[in-house]
Every structure is written in structure tokens, then in C-alpha cells.
Design a protein around this ligand. Structure first.
Ligand SMILES: Cc1cc2nc3c(=O)[nH]c(=O)nc-3n(C[C@H](O)[C@H](O)[C@H](O)COP(=O)(O)O)c2cc1C
Length: 353
């Protein structure tokens, strides 16, 4: 039976335990240029020192025009490599494995980043807002895919053990995968195989152009928009050779609410989707959302409902969350603010202070 402290091997890399710090943007720390700051380095180093097995560095944008905010980290130029290398080195120094999440916001790109947001297609929501959203041409799709490849190559150069493609939470890759937001009629729209083409072509390019030991992770929506389609997506990604799946939320709508959690399952519907997907694929699966206590994490790993567990806000308030969970000491609790203050000013987090 695996335990929280049982190592796991992914692509010849031994990850020292099953605890993951999921990607979380540290809003307000980076400037318009997207460069890493001293705060970022200290932040990730503290969690590596605190015993976390796998750290996934926050959503980092592959091109300037797809940022989710004007203070997001960037990986769109070679000039970003040096700062990012300092993060990977600081994490490796303390024994953590480290990936970086690479990302494009698509239709969710805010106005102060781009006058017109780019998306697989316009969809009904856009008619209710004054946000200008334009459908990508095939030529533009290819250019963005190249930006993902270049970003992954820079991540490799910066010393990361791999990348995680941000394919969840309604950002660009998720917008392609979802039938709610992808209304295209060409080879990138229509049936699921076509909607997944955008991601699959990126994965193939990464596999063809980067060393074989570089981990390719994928954060996906377990409900995209249903669990049944989430399971199909996971199987498609497994066949495409993804090394690690991280199951979070997809795009829901009033027509497709979150899946029902059966009685007796102790966690929420996002974790439930992850556990169901873990049951259907053999590639390692990370589950996430609302996992606050070591007891919750242990239960999921020991009952083989997940290969790894990601603890987000728990890591923000307590850098030593992993060590404490493994040693059986008490972790600092996240105070569950209505809107997590890390979205605006991490220094104001009441749980951390
Ligand atoms: C401040 C903040 C920033 C986040 N940034 C990202 C991100 O960059 N990429 C991503 O996939 N999810 C992001 N998330 C979602 C987390 O990775 C995680 O899925 C979510 O917090 C739920 O897990 P938790 O209940 O353990 O915190 C963010 C969450 C928070 C609170």
C-alpha cells in the first residue's frame, strides 16, 4: 500500500513523496516584463525545504498576448530563462522535483493585456459582454503551438524536470477541448478527437523536440463538461504519451453542473473526478481541491484513489505542510477566506501571518 512518503518514479525521476504543490500565481509579484523576482525564488525554495515532493510552478505565459493578468510570470523570451533557473535550482537544492505550468489564457485574456482576446471561437457568453474575442486562424493556432514548444524548451534550459500544460480552468487549451466553447467547424472543432487536436499537436512537438527524460504533465478538467468526457480526455492524453495527469476543474455551465459525488466518498466533486480518472488510466494521476489536512491526503493515497495529492492553499499558509504531514505534526490551517487574498496581495493572507 502506498503512503504519503512513498517515492514515485516518473520518467526515470524519483519524486521523494506523494505531496504536490499545485501551480498558484503569486499575483502582484512580477511586473509587466514577467520576470522572476527574489520573492518568487524564496517562496518556492521554502516549500522545497518544507519537504514537498513535486512543485509545479505557477501558470507562466508562453506569449505576451495570452497573459491572464499583467503581473503574470513569462516564459516567452530567452531573457526569462535566468530567473526561472534560479527557481529550479532553489527547489532542486532541497530535493524537490520541479515542473513549470505553461499557459495561454485565450478568451480569458483581460483587456489590459490585449485589446482583442484570441479563442478557438466566439461563443454565446461573448455576446453578453463587451469583451472583444476573435476566432484564431489555423496559421495563428500553429504559431501559438510553436510558442508552447519554445516555452517548454526554455523550461528545459532553465533546469526544470518538465512542464505541465495548463489544459484546465477554461483557459485556451481547455477552451479548445470543451464543446461549450469550441464551435469551430474545421479540423480543430467538432468531435472530441478534433477538439483535442490543438493539445495533441503540442504534446507531439514536445516529444519530438525535447529530451526523452523531460516530464510532460497535463492539467485537465475532470468535468469537460461531464466526467464521462473527462475520462475520454484522460485516455486520449494517456495514448498520446503524457507522463502525468493533474485533474482539476473544466468549464461548467448551468446545463452541465459539477458531477454528483456518491454518498460515502469523502471529498468534493473535483477530487471525485480525479479518483474516477485514476481508476481508468495507468498514467499517474494527481488529485486536487479542498485537501487541507494530512488525514485527507493520506486517505486518498493509501486507498489508491490518487497517485499524488496536490495541496494548494495549504502550501500557501504553511511552507512546511509536507514535512509536517509526513511526520504527523499539526499543519497551519488555511482560513478559507471568501476570496483567497493571494489573488491580490499575498502579504495580506491572514493564515500565513
Ligand atoms: C492564489 C491562487 C492562484 C492560483 N493559480 C493557479 C495557476 O496558476 N494555475 C492553475 O492551474 N491553478 C491555479 N490555482 C488553483 C490551484 O492550483 C488549486 O487547484 C486550487 O487552489 C484548489 O486547491 P486547494 O483547495 O488545495 O487550494 C490557483 C489558486 C489560488 C488560490
Amino acid at each position: 500500500m502506498p503512503h504519503l512518503c512513498t517515492p514515485i518514479i516518473i520518467k526515470n525521476k524519483e519524486i521523494r513523496n506523494r505531496i504536490v504543490m499545485p501551480p498558484m500565481v503569486c499575483f502582484s509579484w512580477a511586473g509587466e516584463d514577467g520576470f522572476v523576482t527574489e520573492k518568487h525564488i524564496r517562496h518556492y525554495e521554502a516549500r522545497a525545504k518544507g519537504g514537498t515532493g513535486l512543485i509545479i510552478v505557477e501558470a507562466t505565459c508562453i506569449n505576451r498576448y495570452g497573459r491572464l493578468s499583467s503581473d503574470q510570470l513569462g516564459i516567452w523570451s530567452d531573457e526569462h530563462i535566468e530567473g526561472l533557473r534560479q527557481i529550479s535550482q532553489a527547489c532542486h537544492k532541497h530535493g524537490a522535483t520541479v515542473l513549470i505550468q505553461i499557459h495561454h489564457a485565450g478568451a480569458k485574456t483581460p483587456r489590459d493585456v490585449a485589446e482583442v482576446a484570441l479563442a478557438p471561437s466566439r461563443y454565446p457568453e461573448h455576446t453578453d459582454t463587451d469583451r472583444q474575442v476573435r476566432e484564431l486562424s489555423v496559421e495563428e493556432i500553429k504559431a501559438i503551438q510553436q510558442d508552447f514548444l519554445k516555452a517548454a524548451q526554455r523550461a528545459k534550459e532553465a533546469g526544470f524536470d518538465g512542464v505541465e500544460l495548463h489544459g484546465a480552468h477554461g483557459y485556451l487549451i481547455s477552451q479548445f477541448a470543451s464543446a461549450i466553447t469550441n464551435k469551430r467547424t474545421d479540423q480543430y472543432g467538432g468531435p472530441l478527437e478534433n477538439r483535442m487536436r490543438f493539445a495533441l499537436e503540442i504534446i507531439q512537438q514536445l516529444k519530438d523536440n525535447i529530451d526523452k527524460d523531460f516530464i510532460i504533465g497535463y492539467r485537465m478538467g475532470g468535468n469537460e463538461p461531464t466526467l464521462e468526457i473527462g475520462i475520454q480526455i484522460a485516455k486520449i492524453l494517456e495514448s498520446a504519451g503524457v507522463d502525468l495527469l493533474h485533474v482539476s476543474a473544466g468549464i461548467s455551465s448551468p446545463e452541465f453542473p459539477q458531477p454528483q459525488v456518491p454518498e460515502g466518498f469523502p471529498e468534493n466533486s473535483i477530487v471525485y473526478c480525479g479518483a474516477q480518472i485514476k481508476n481508468r488510466v495507468s498514467v499517474p494521476v494527481i488529485v486536487v481541491n479542498g485537501i487541507r489536512t494530512p488525514q485527507q491526503a493520506k486517505y486518498l493515497v493509501e486507498n489508491e484513489l490518487a497517485d499524488m495529492v496536490a495541496v494548494g492553499r495549504g502550501h500557501l499558509v504553511d511552507p512546511d505542510w509536507a514535512c509536517k504531514a509526513i511526520n504527523g505534526s499539526k499543519v497551519k490551517p488555511c482560513l478559507d477566506c471568501k476570496r483567497c487574498l493571494w489573488h491580490s496581495d499575498p502579504d495580506k493572507c491572514p493564515g500565513k501571518n
